[in-house]
Ligand binder design. Structure first.
Ligand code: G3P
Length: 220
């Protein structure tokens, strides 16, 4: 499993990149707005992220019609070679994904919840598909089970191009564990979740006792 950071926060991205585990970044309009982002700075902000991250960086389109999405996607794609165009799952989004992928522009199809949506995304040429886990849990459905169905169904077919599943809307270490066990290619996680992934009380307790015992060695 590869780890992406689900954020538009530059400091978080720099910190995660310094750990040596960051394989990519996903952003969306909400995450950019959370950083106080302005429309005029949007492309510059994505460029900064693309320069930090050695891997795919998703920037999302907001158009609702095919040609509009394609125009936005082409402009986003010109920002950097590692910029991936993120397109919402909807009929116009599928049409735009087909047009963009035909031009060699990689698309991450987002707001994907079901197997049929994922199948259509893959057929339209999407290189990445982002099933949302936590938002299913929010409505008292099992997001991990839904993700598992998508991973299993996609593995049944050859789409003629590489398709990677990005487990998105990840809220906990358990979500990551379950996504890894089922073989999801990527987990995109908020920075708070990434920090939690590395922690365990037994690790803390073990480190504390190793350091205490090393003090005895030093003073022996
Ligand atoms: O990248 C989009 C997705 O991860 C959103 O997550 O927590 O807003 O449901 P969340």
């Amino acid at each position: 499993m590869k780890f992406f950071l689900d954020t538009a926060n530059i400091a978080e991205i720099e910190e995660a990149a310094s750990w040596g585990v960051l394989a990519g970044v996903t952003t969306n309009p909400t995450l950019y707005a959370r950083e106080g982002g302005k429309l005029a700075d949007f492309h510059d902000h994505l460029k900064r992220i693309c320069d930090i991250v050695d891997g795919p960086v998703s920037g999302e389109t907001v158009g609702l019609h095919r040609d509009e999405i394609v125009r936005e996607g082409e402009a986003l794609s010109a920002i950097a070679p590692n910029l991936i165009v993120k397109v919402p799952t909807m009929p116009e989004g599928l049409a735009a994904t087909k047009a963009l992928s035909d031009k060699g522009i990689k698309v991450n199809m987002t707001l994907c919840f079901t197997v049929p949506q994922a199948m259509l995304a893959a057929r339209s040429g999407a290189s990445y598909i982002s099933p949302f886990v936590g938002r299913f849990d929010d409505i008292s459905e099992d997001g991990i089970d839904q993700l598992s169905q998508v991973v299993t169904a996609l593995a049944n077919y050859d789409f003629g191009h590489d398709v990677e599943v990005i487990a998105a809307s990840i809220r906990s270490a358990n979500h990551v564990t379950q996504a890894a066990l089922m073989g999801a290619d990527i987990a995109t996680v908020p920075f708070a979740v990434l920090k939690n992934l590395v922690k365990h009380p037994l690790t803390d307790r073990g480190l504390e006792s190793f350091l205490a015992d090393w003090e005895k060695v030093k003073n022996a």
